[in-house]
Every structure is written in C-alpha cells, then in structure tokens.
Design a binder for this molecule. Structure first.
Ligand SMILES: Nc1ncnc2c1ncn2[C@@H]1O[C@H](COP(=O)(O)OP(=O)(O)OP(=O)(O)O)[C@@H](O)[C@H]1O
Ligand SMILES: [Mg+2]
Length: 224
C-alpha cells in the first residue's frame, strides 16, 4: 500500500514529489527535544516553494478528535496499554479524516511522529508487549506506512538540555534519562528493521547542518 508505487520508478529523486500521483507520506521521529518541529517547518516551506501541496500534521493529534485525545495523553495519568489504545484510536481518526484523503489527492503529508513513536515510547519506554502494538498497527493502518521516515537521533542528555531551555515539560518529557535511552534504543530497532524507509539524521549538529542533512537525504531517497 505504499503510495505512488510504479509512478516514479526507483531512483527518481523525492524532490520531484509535486509531480507524483498518490502523494508522499513523510514522518519525523526522535526523542523529545531532538529538533523535529524545527526541521519539519523548514522542509514544508521548501516543498511548498517547489509547488507541492504540503499537509503538515502531528501525532497524537491531527484531527479534532485526535487533538482532544492528545490532551488526555499528555496530561492524564494512565497505564501503558490505555496509552497505546488511545494513541491508536487517535491515529485511526487522523488517518481517515486527514492523512488518507490528502495522500489520495497527491499531497505530501509530513507528520510529526507516527507509529514508530508508539513502538518507541509505549513499547521501549513503557515496556508494553510489542506484539500488542504489531496487532493494533495492522488493524488501524490496514497496511499504510510512511514512505520515508527521518529519525532524529541524539543522546538523551543533549535533548534534555534543549528541552529545558525551551518549554515546560509534559507527562512524557518529565520522564528520566533511562526512559529516553530505552525510547532511543527502540527507535534504533525500528530503523534497523525497515532500512529502506528510515533515514537516521545525526541531530547533534547545528540547525544548518541538520537542515542540510534532511535535504540531502530527501534528494537522494528513491520513491518507492
Ligand atoms: N540543531 C540544533 N541545535 C541546537 N538547538 C536546537 C537544534 N534544533 C532544535 N533546537 C532547539 O531545541 C529545542 C527543541 O527542538 P524542537 O522543539 O524542534 O524538538 P522536537 O523534536 O520537536 O521536540 P518534541 O518532541 O518535544 O516536540 C528548541 O528550542 C529548538 O529551537
Ligand atoms: Mg516538536
């Protein structure tokens, strides 16, 4: 169900996304404070300047219902399974109301976190059984996966410093460094399991260096 299969052909640069049929689904992943939001905005601006319709969205959230669930997820205490069920309920609504229609009309959808984050936070961070997540993923997504995932990787201590300088922490951001080390490890496992989709970005660099790495990776990535 990868969008656009057979339209562009392997090896065609993703920078030509505006001409593709079937849209392009790009996700940004990484621990809190890695720089996702900063660089999503830059990428969206660049693609729009090339004439692409870009839908910028986020998880949990991205639809009216999912944004309400986000508020609960970020601030209300709950156990790991409840958390995962709410995340996937939000994702289902987000996919149906926003992501799938946008991809169907050929837009580039850029999403701040998606299912890799669920495997990383609820799986790695909270220790929830991955088999439960695999099953929920299959039910909710019906085969839908991102075409390209940028994983912003950096040590938890560096991310914590950046977060401290920028805003008040939510329920996840208050977790300790060991939690984020497990989240990071789970991201590494997801990346190793889907190397054709994942691009690891060294997020320790300057903003300019990270932006250049994202643009180079996008230009080099074949559309699948
Ligand atoms: N390369 C960088 N070097 C130094 N600081 C950075 C860099 N990139 C982003 N920042 C700063 O780090 C902070 C966190 O960045 P940002 O909000 O983009 O991270 P995030 O991955 O979206 O975090 P969250 O998952 O919590 O939303 C911000 O204050 C941002 O300006
Ligand atoms: Mg962010």
């Amino acid at each position: 169900m990868t969008s656009g299969a057979g339209q562009g052909g392997a090896g065609r640069p993703a920078g030509a996304a505006a001409e593709r049929a079937g849209g392009l689904f790009i996700t940004f992943e990484g621990i809190d404070g890695a720089g996702k939001s900063t660089h999503i905005a830059a990428l969206a601006e660049r693609l729009r300047s090339q004439g692409c319709e870009v839908v910028l969205t986020r998880e949990p959230g991205g639809s009216v219902l999912a944004e309400r669930l986000r508020e609960l997820l970020l601030h209300e205490p709950m156990d790991a399974l409840t958390e995962a069920l709410l995340v996937f309920a939000a994702r289902r609504d987000h996919l149906q109301r926003s992501i799938e229609p946008a991809l169907a009309r050929g837009a580039v959808v850029i999403c701040d976190r998606f299912t890799d984050a669920t495997f990383a936070y609820q799986g790695g961070g909270r220790g929830l059984d991955q088999r439960v997540l695999v099953r929920l993923e299959a039910w909710v997504q019906q085969g839908r996966q991102p075409d390209l995932t940028f994983w912003f990787d950096l040590p938890p201590a560096v991310a914590a410093e950046r977060r401290a300088a920028s805003r008040a922490p939510d329920r996840f951001e208050r977790e300790d460094e060991a939690f984020f080390a497990r989240v990071r490890q789970a991201y590494a496992q997801r990346a190793a399991a889907a190397p054709q989709r994942f691009v690891r970005i060294d997020a320790t660099g300057t903003r300019d260096a990270v932006r250049a790495a994202v643009e180079a990776a996008l230009a080099a990535h074949p559309i699948r």
